[in-house]
Write a protein that binds this ligand. Structure first.
Ligand SMILES: [Ca+2]
Length: 181
């Protein structure tokens, strides 16, 4: 009986550890709650017509290449985190970028220090042009020194056309996974 209790407790601990590791740090990354928790959200809309999961996705429709039209979220990094994995499902329709190579339908991360200052150049996870069907873009990143939070950006960066996004995720990865990076 004692052994059974021990096994049951170990199992419960493992389940709760896994649940912790699998937690999405992004709020409303599914866009099921309209654009709640996203800043600068006036440049985007949620749509029920073309979704990856659930009942809604996020759409950014840009008429020309003159502006940066992006939504953002700043998230505090949990204590003792060594690395994070970012992912999102993206789709583009007829995206034409401006002159510079960094322009396009963009999914990027910036790490911020305790003064909310950007550390380094940021990490680009996807930069799309043209037509692309729903595809998941994923990148595991080792935390730079001094990073306290990260900013997630989904944007039509000086590009015209339509970008759709759904199931935006950021999760803590284990020391083993970070060692492999
Ligand atoms: Ca959704």
């Amino acid at each position: 009986m004692k052994l059974f209790t021990l096994i049951a407790c170990t199992f419960l601990l493992m389940v709760s550890y896994t649940a912790q590791a699998q937690k999405n740090l992004i709020n409303n990354g599914s866009f099921e709650n309209d654009l709640d928790d996203w800043t600068n959200s006036s440049v985007a809309k949620t749509t029920p017509w073309d979704v990856k999961a659930g009942k809604a996705s996020c759409a950014i429709i840009s008429p020309n290449t003159a502006n940066w039209m992006g939504i953002e979220q700043v998230i505090r990094i949990p204590k003792n985190t060594l690395g994070l994995e970012f992912s999102a499902w993206l789709k583009t329709i007829n995206v034409v970028r401006g002159e510079s190579e960094w322009m396009g339908a963009v999914y990027s991360i910036e790490f911020l220090d305790k003064a909310d200052k950007k550390i380094g150049d940021g990490v680009n996870i996807a930069r799309l042009t043209g037509d692309n069907n729903w595809e998941q873009f994923k990148k595991a990143v080792k935390l730079p020194a001094g990073a306290v939070s990260f900013k997630i950006l989904i944007a039509m960066g000086n590009a015209s056309g339509t970008m759709l996004a759904d199931d935006v995720w950021a999760k803590v990865i284990s020391a083993d996974e970070v060692a492999k990076l």
